[in-house]
Design a protein around this ligand. Structure first.
Ligand code: ADP
Ligand code: MG
Length: 245
């Protein structure tokens, strides 16, 4: 479903991703862990074409997201980008719009949906993330966990083929982490294809089909969760897991 081949990304002289190969099957949950600065966010941003790679290719559903040589068509990219939903550490909701309006906005602007159709879809996904009673609240009237669930509903409302979560719970107070993880868990159960960057090791082990450890712009180790967490092959993986847990 997503195929990454020799992906490189440099900012000026500084090469952040140094040749990433990654295959993600339909319905697969890939969890990426690794120290701060290892390139996890940059990798996700390349999967969603928020960053333009400096080398290698990304294919989604057999279609080139990024063509060899780095040429691309802006319009095509904009439409492909909506196939992959992304949720960030910071929720970035529009503060002057209600939860409902926040979830409706991109559907109308990018998907060109009518107000009525966008509202129907928005209500459906807000209910799904447990916010049926909060649709008409403004972000400032919602907890961090509720705001992040609005952000997830907003991404889902575009009906993407895959979802990327970049430390979706890192900015939350500890008591609000669980409600957001529950929503991600539920999506996993329903078979959504997902790439999840997290520091929640227990969650990673529970939800991941494949765990990837990144360090300094490369994939150091990857494997099924049991093996990865209980019998890591590399010293760097082992010491990272011990430090985080
Ligand atoms: P992680 O998510 O694993 O913490 P990032 O992908 O955010 O790592 O960052 C990896 C490195 O790339 C960091 O050293 C960061 O400073 C650098 N970096 C990320 N984005 C940019 C950018 N737009 N310009 C320059 N450097 C960047
Ligand atoms: Mg990051």
């Amino acid at each position: 479903m997503i195929e990454v081949d020799g992906l490189r990304k440099a900012f000026g002289e500084n090469e952040i991703l140094k040749g990433i190969d990654l295959q993600i099957r339909q319905g697969e949950k890939v969890v990426i862990i690794g120290p701060s600065g290892s390139g996890k966010s940059t990798l996700l941003r390349c999967l969603n074409f928020l960053e333009i790679p400096t080398g290698g290719t990304v294919k989604v559903h057999g279609e080139y997201f990024v063509k060899p040589g780095g040429k691309f068509d802006e319009k095509h990219v904009a439409s492909l980008r909506t196939e992959v939903g992304m949720v960030f550490q910071r929720f970035n909701l529009f503060p002057t719009m209600t939860a409902l309006e926040n979830v409706m906005a991109a559907q109308m602007k990018i998907r060109k949906k009518s107000r009525e159709a966008a509202r129907e879809t928005a209500e459906k996904y807000l209910r799904k993330v447990g916010l049926a009673e909060r649709m008409n609240h403004y972000p400032g009237q919602l907890s961090g966990g509720q705001q992040q669930r609005v952000a997830i509903a907003r991404a889902l409302a575009m009906e993407p083929k895959a979802m990327l979560f970049d430390e979706a719970t890192s900015a939350l107070d500890p008591e609000l982490v669980g409600e957001v993880l529950n929503v991600i868990r539920e999506l996993a159960r329903e078979g959504m294809t997902m790439v999840i960057v997290t520091h929640e090791m227990r969650f990673a082990e529970e939800v991941g089909d494949t765990i990837i450890f990144m360090d300094q712009g490369v994939i150091v180790e990857e494997g099924p969760p049991k093996e990865f967490f209980h019998n890591p092959k590399h010293d760097r993986t082992r010491s990272f897991i011990q430090k985080v847990e």
